[in-house]
Design a protein around this ligand. Sequence first.
Ligand code: GCB
Length: 602
Amino acid sequence: MLYPIQTQTRTLMDLSGIWKFKVDDNFQDDPAKPLADAYRVAVPASYNDQIPDTELRQHAGFFNYQTRFTVPNTLADDRLILRFGSVTHEAWVYVNGEEVAYHKGGFTPFEADITDQVTDGENLLTVRVSNLLDYSTLPVGNYSETTDENGGIVRHVDENFDFFNYSGIHRPVKLYSVPVAHINDITIVPVVDLANQSADVKVTVQATGDYDSVRLTIFDEEGQEVANGEGAEAQLALDQVNLWQPLNAYLYTLEVALVKDGADLDVYYEDFGVRDIKVEKGQFLINGEPFYFKGFGKHEDTYVSGRGLNQPYNVLDVGLMKMMSANSIRTSHYPYSEEMMRLCDREGIVVIDEVPAVGLLDGFGFDALNLEDFQNDKTWSVMKTHEAHEQVLRELIARDKNHACVVMWSIANEAANYAPGAYEYFKPLFDLSKELDPQQRPNTYIAIMMSTPEHDLTTDLVDVICLNRYYGWYIGTGDLAKAETDTRSELQAWQEKYPEKPIMYTEYGADTVAGFHSVYGEPFSEEFQEDYYIMNSKVFDEINNFVGEQLWNFSDFQTKFGIQRVQGNKKGIFTREREPKSVVRYLTDRWKNIPNFGYKNR
Ligand code: GCB
């Protein structure tokens, strides 16, 4: 799916701004009429932290958003497409009262051709949103209903995951025009010949309407033409290729033009990087060299904006990562904004791209880590997420397939991979990912603590073993000597059992209250956080097939309430305001001394 841009043939309008907003649990508002008694909220952003009302902030149910827009009459001959970067979690869209789009899934874009609904003068845009989650949705929520004193339904969602259920119109709403004959989609697959420093760039264009030919031109970063070709399916050769490298990005631009009678009907520009990804003999190779992941699990989570797009924070976060010599992130636990993915392409941040498959554990809780009764775990008989899971994977790959920064797909975070039925659930999803990804990237899932070498049932499916581990935190809290022994013996066991598969940590961390110090290095203190990371680093360096460390979490973030959470999760190495905790210095020193390539001596 193409990102909306303005070109010589396309006009792009941004509908961001202050919209009306109102709870409408009983479907009383008419989408064709102006909303009465509404709040005003900024779009894009989560609604939750914009209105100081406790009940509203926590509300589970249905909401209406509304704005007005006018279309310039210079666009009368074009098609008009209304596009949402994301609406969390379910949306019904009405233009002048007529439903034009429906989309379920809170983290991927959708659009609708609204040419026939738009009128001269002002148009009324109403978006009905639901933030409900249950055992059929991703993420997974525990849904229940009660009745109020008037017999009305009160809905409840208890998150089956550890982040606040922010909701609303989270990403930009754009209206763009395309000519009647237009480009719908572009797929780019660079095949690199590392020895000859060249690449064949395979391009596939999908287009609609009446045109004679498709013209393809590749420009380098100086704007010089470096290759050209013709046709909806073509292969363009690049010599002396500039590779896209971690923290050293190089982006080419592909210009696609639909041509009729010698004139350009539609033109679109897609930036892309040329790089090669392979997993081989326990190594993760980028451009033929063994890469070492240094970085973070993150969240899209900032003050006031909640989970809404916050570009200054994205820019700052990438800057802080670079300051620390970090080179990678995982989009835990859902696809991040297209704007962030474009930024990562540009800045050379390597991305493990995750679908919102989180909460696939029957009865999630912090005590779940102590469960041992794997045989009787009912997760795979009670979850009804098959359809949603296929959909999120399709939509993520359709959106992100051309991104150089994406080096691996993460098909789930912390599912019950040890429970009966796990293999049957996941095998078709791994097959689907292979079928859908034109670049054939590696696939993984992120394994929870109970998924040990002896209990995990699905490791055969993954290209890289990705582990979330909390020895010394959830297990043996505060005992770092024991944590060290446990970490070492588990990592050694993985390596022995799967010598061909690289292993990495995708989460490890300890809640740390900024400014809390202890001469005894007690849990929650900045000293403990540092000791914890020093201990883990020591063990990582002993394991040959260990190819990366992505800690939990980049910054403190908001969660649901619970006795384990004090205004959210405090495992950030930065606070929610992005102030560093002391461990940032230790990790910066460590990562400055770890090269991106060839860290492990073999
Ligand atoms: C995990 C989850 C993550 C939590 C984290 C924690 O394993 O993947 O979503 O926030 O643990 O801090 O408990």
